[in-house]
Design a protein around this ligand. Structure first.
Ligand SMILES: C[S@@+](CC[C@H](N)C(=O)[O-])C[C@H]1O[C@@H](n2cnc3c(N)ncnc32)[C@H](O)[C@@H]1O
Length: 169
């Protein structure tokens, strides 16, 4: 199972980007997103509403301490950072782990995180976004299979169309 750990959420400034991290995590194969920083009931509710409508399984929860999450995680932890080693080179080793904790930052990531994890991985060595880094990592980790993920207990789903929109309730 893949768990995503989103660091340093700020309730006033980050709800949109943290929601996008959760939606990308869910859509592309993760089973859970844990976030640290400020607790944000509104952000959690919007993610849970999407899971309720579009299916799961997917959980979201808040933790005070990222250290505890990383320390107690039973598999391998992978911190996504532009400073890390190249994704293409390291991904074969990471794929051997059954459970993976993908750590994504926000504004500033403490150096302690770099030392606490098993891998620091760059999705290119250029600055971009936690949403993009997470999406590309999940796609590469699954060798593209995450694009066909199926969801359970969905109230809504789509029938892909060449043109137009077809929704089944
Ligand atoms: C606003 S960016 C900060 C960029 C940051 N200086 C870094 O270490 O990657 C927020 C988050 O996006 C992710 N991120 C941005 N660019 C990345 C890259 N090239 N590779 C992997 N992750 C990246 C990291 O998780 C980072 O903590």
């Amino acid at each position: 199972m893949i768990t995503v750990l989103r660091l340093g959420h700020r309730a006033g400034r980050d709800p949109r980007i943290s929601t996008h991290c959760a939606l990308v995590a869910r859509a592309l194969g993760a089973g859970k997103l844990i976030y640290t920083g400020e607790h944000d009931g509104g952000m959690e509710a919007s993610v849970k509403k999407i899971v309720g409508n579009w299916g799961g399984p997917f959980e979201i929860s808040h933790e005070k301490s990222w250290r505890k999450v990383v320390r107690e995680f039973p598999g391998k932890s992978v911190h996504l950072t532009m400073y890390g080693l190249p994704l293409n080179k390291e991904i074969p080793k990471i794929r051997k782990a059954k459970d993976v904790l993908v750590v994504i930052g926000g504004e500033k990531v403490p150096m302690e995180v770099y030392h606490a994890v098993d891998y620091n991985i760059g999705v290119t060595s250029q600055p971009h976004s936690e949403v993009a880094a997470l999406g590309i990592f999940l796609n590469e980790y699954s060798r593209g299979k995450c694009l066909d993920r199926k969801f359970k207990d969905a109230k809504i789903s789509l029938v892909p169309q060449k043109c137009g929109k077809k929704i089944i309730s």
